[in-house]
Design a protein around this ligand. Structure first.
Ligand code: ADP
Ligand code: MG
Length: 256
């Protein structure tokens, strides 16, 4: 088992005491190599769930396990990527991709070699000497993915990585991320509020309720071509799956 949540509840302190429950009694498993998306209303605890997987927060109750081991703090098993690319503006792209390796004491030669390999995998060969400001939003997100993959984590966490991009870039990037991730064989947890994106990219989708977030549905996406969301996009089942999630979220009333 790559990742497991067992009865996880997370509360945050507020001025009036321990009264904000972000997520409640969340239990799920993610198999090795599986791509799982988490959808749910904003503020329902999705990012909190990722932060706990990365060891940035500890659960108030229950436990989080990565590769059968309890997560007690930040660790090398997990790579985290956010909506904002957080590339260092004063480092060129290869320097950014090398950053995590440098922090882990990997010597210069192997470091450069690994960074270049990841850049190639993320279709950024030839851009290694560019600076972040010289790249488009989509390219910067690919560089951020290369940086995440470079340290070879067992699990990749993606927190709405496409939500700041224009519609067309988003489609292309979903496709290129899906292919790169499928090739890497990495276990992946994607947070998104885009229901179609969840269907296009995932093996399975967890639907969370409003805060306090708890799992209200688990949907297995029985479609081919996980590595190619653009191919999945034309399949009529995609709309059916999205509709199914939509009904679970009971958005109908609010949307009208
Ligand atoms: P989502 O990602 O689903 O939009 P979050 O996980 O960011 O939701 O937040 C869930 C709830 O927990 C929100 O009400 C948010 O204000 C609260 N929260 C998140 N992080 C903290 C924190 N560090 N301290 C206090 N409250 C927090
Ligand atoms: Mg969030």
């Amino acid at each position: 088992m790559a990742l497991e949540f067992r009865g996880v509840t997370k509360q945050f302190a507020t001025n009036s005491g321990w009264d904000l429950t972000a997520i409640r009694d969340v239990t799920f498993k993610v198999n090795e190599g599986e791509f799982v998306s988490v959808v749910g209303p904003s503020g329902c605890g999705k990012s909190t769930l990722l932060s706990m997987t990365a060891g940035l927060y500890q659960p108030t109750a229950g436990e989080v396990l990565v590769s059968e081991e309890r997560v007690t703090g930040p660790n090398d098993h997990v790579g985290f990527m956010l909506q904002k690319d957080l590339l260092l503006p004063w480092r060129n792209i290869v320097g950014n991709v090398e950053f995590g390796l440098e922090a882990r004491g990997v010597p210069k030669g192997p470091r450069r070699e690994r960074a270049m390999r990841e850049l190639q995998r993320c279709h950024l060969a030839g851009f290694e000497n560019h600076y972040p400001y010289q790249l488009s939003g989509g390219m910067r997100q690919r560089a951020a993915l290369a940086r995440t993959l470079a340290v070879d984590p067992e699990i990749i966490l993606l927190d709405e990585p496409f939500s700041a991009l224009d519609a067309q870039t988003k489609l292309l990037l979903q496709d290129s991320f899906a292919t790169t991730i499928a090739e890497s064989g990495k276990t992946t947890l994607l947070i998104t509020h885009d229901l179609a994106e969840a269907v296009l990219m995932s093996d399975r989708i967890l639907v969370l309720s409003e805060r306090p977030g708890s799992i209200i549905a688990e949907i297995k996406v029985d479609l081919p071509d996980r590595a190619h969301p653009l191919r999945r996009r034309v399949m009529p089942e995609v709309g059916e799956y999205a509709g199914q999630i939509f009904r679970h979220l009971k958005l109908e009333e609010k949307a009208i």
